[in-house]
Design a protein around this ligand. Structure first.
Ligand SMILES: [Zn+2]
Length: 534
């Protein structure tokens, strides 16, 4: 008995002394679980309506940034955030920065006066893709170094222009390359991919790309495929000029199939009355190709006018062999003049007639801002003859009103069609594409939801061009973030004044640094040259 009592007493005493320590341990666990993780950030954005670029519905979450990355996104009450600076985004939309897959912004980026890239920056664009339509600044490495040295306002992704490769090896005339020349072009393509380009672009509508056979393009695209790159194309025909729109779509798909790489159709459209409403057939063709495993996507700008040089718009391509000087030489030859004028008139009519062609860039002020019909009256000649008088004044660009709203909205609705400006001088799309799509097609016409618009201007584009860690608001991703006012975000540029910045962007943060603050450019050049090989 005694020993039993002693045992019980010992047991109780042990339990007595043990009990508080178990409680203590549990209490410590409790305290630890309540202690919030401390996050030290450079910038905290809170209270805004956040679209993360993936899910189409928004959420109210806070975003903390340190250096160039997002380090936290979520409920700020679940952690302890100590931030050097806080932005109150109440009532505003927060989105990943827009990625523009088709720009001619390299013309601005290379110049210290315009490398801020403000026309794109104020649309909410934080990354531009350059080197489209077969035209790039060559070589890639030289321009990468230039951009890095002088600083750029947005990130940039470089593509290799097919024309540059052609011109280095066979010039700009209508000749077939020898096997040696083709192999030399493949070597150049490899060098350019080694320099960090993300893929190649063609402009098969334009000379000298138009002189290239499909098989030659496939041979070059195979080099790009070996480097995990993309093929971006301005189709051989967007209308009924040569092989026709549908055949041109099929050609692009064949290039993707045979060279085994993703293809991206730039500024998809049905250009001119001859091909209006072909969007339904094109969508079916592309969806079929996708089912066969070929990655086919496209970009589109939200305007019914296209823009290009006057000669590219209406001159016969054969007459341009050798360049624009050769074209002006040929039109002066009586034996060729009649044929050239006849084909020029057909091209004018294909685009809807001379009243649908507006001169938006021209050194001669008599012609700037006038339609080809008005110029013909001014010169007392036919529209087709007037073309060559205007071309003699230098480089001339034209806005060509040639699209049908049915096709524009039909393409816009496809989940493989992303927003792309094709921004270049003289057309308002360079200053207005993204805000216009938001204002006109999301808010007014409700062709697509805000979440869809954002997704197809951010994460989808990053996915297509294989740009890692951008286009999504996510921890460990680069902090390319925009904040805009849903009431005021809109385009201002129009055909009469194509050089007006868009309105309603409150903040732009690029690589974690503020480029636009309270609607004003900070003057900081926060962009980076992205490198496929890094
Ligand atoms: Zn183009």
């Amino acid at each position: 008995m005694t020993s039993f009592r002693v045992y019980k007493l010992n047991y109780r005493m042990k339990m007595y002394f043990k009990t508080p320590s178990i409680v203590g341990i549990l209490y410590c666990f409790f305290l630890l679980s309540c202690a919030k993780e401390e996050i030290k950030s450079d910038l905290l954005i809170e209270n805004g309506i956040v679209y993360n670029g993936i899910t189409e519905d928004p959420s109210i979450v806070s975003i903390a940034i340190k250096n160039d990355k997002i380090i936290f996104i979520g409920d700020k009450n679940s952690v302890q955030i100590n931030s050097k600076k806080t932005i109150d985004a109440s009532g505003f939309i927060i989105s990943p920065g827009f990625i523009d897959p088709h720009t001619h912004a390299d013309r601005d980026l290379k110049d210290a006066e315009t490398s801020h890239n403000k026309p794109f920056l104020f649309q909410g664009v934080t990354t531009v893709i350059v080197g489209n339509d077969g035209d790039s600044f060559y070589p890639t490495k030289t321009y990468r170094e230039l951009y890095e040295e002088q600083g750029i306002g947005t990130n940039v992704v470089q593509l290799i222009g097919h024309h540059e490769i052609l011109e280095k090896v066979i010039g700009n005339s209508d000749v077939d390359p020898t096997p040696e020349q083709l192999s030399k072009m493949q070597d150049l393509m490899q060098e350019e991919m080694d320099a960090g380009a993300f893929g190649m672009s063609t402009g098969l509508y334009y000379a000298p790309g138009s002189y290239t056979s499909t098989e030659e393009v496939i041979a070059l695209a195979k080099v790009v495929a070996e480097n995990d790159g993309i093929y971006d194309t301005h189709l051989r025909d967007e209308s009924s000029n040569t092989i026709g729109l549908i055949s041109a779509i099929n050609e692009a798909i064949k290039i993707g199939r045979d060279a085994k790489l993703p293809i991206h159709i730039s500024h998809i459209k049905c250009l001119g009355v001859d091909v209006w409403k072909q969007s339904d057939s094109i969508i079916k063709i592309i969806e079929n190709a996708q089912k066969q495993g070929i990655q086919v996507t496209a970009n589109q700008y939200p305007y019914d006018a296209s823009a290009t040089s006057l000669n590219a718009a209406v001159a016969p391509r054969w007459a341009e062999s050798g360049g624009k000087d050769s074209l002006l030489y040929r039109i002066a030859l009586p034996k060729l003049k009649e044929r050239i004028l006849k084909e020029t008139l057909a091209n004018i009519n294909r685009r809807g007639g001379p009243d649908k062609l507006l001169i938006v860039k021209c050194d001669d002020n008599r012609f700037l801002g006038k339609t080809l019909l008005e110029i013909a009256a001014l010169l007392n000649t036919s529209p087709e003859e007037a073309v060559y008088t205007v071309l003699k004044t230098g480089y001339v660009r034209v806005a060509s009103f040639n699209m049908n709203p049915y096709d524009i909205e039909n393409f816009m609705n496809q989940d493989w069609v992303v927003t792309g400006s094709d921004g270049n001088t003289g057309h308002p799309r360079k200053y207005g594409t993204f805000p216009r799509k938001y204002h006109k097609y999301v808010k007014e016409k409700q062709v697509l939801s805000l979440g869809e618009f954002i997704k197809k201007s951010t994460s989808k584009t990053a996915e297509i061009f294989k740009i890692p860690h951008r286009g999504v608001l996510k921890e460990d991703y680069y902090a390319d973030i925009i904040i805009f006012d849903p009431e005021k975000f809109r385009d201002i540029a129009n055909y009469n004044d194509a050089f007006q910045l868009s309105e309603g962007l409150i903040y732009s943060i690029i690589n974690g640094k503020i480029s636009v603050e309270n609607g004003k450019f900070t003057g900081d050049l926060n962009g980076k040259v992205l490198n496929k090989k890094e």
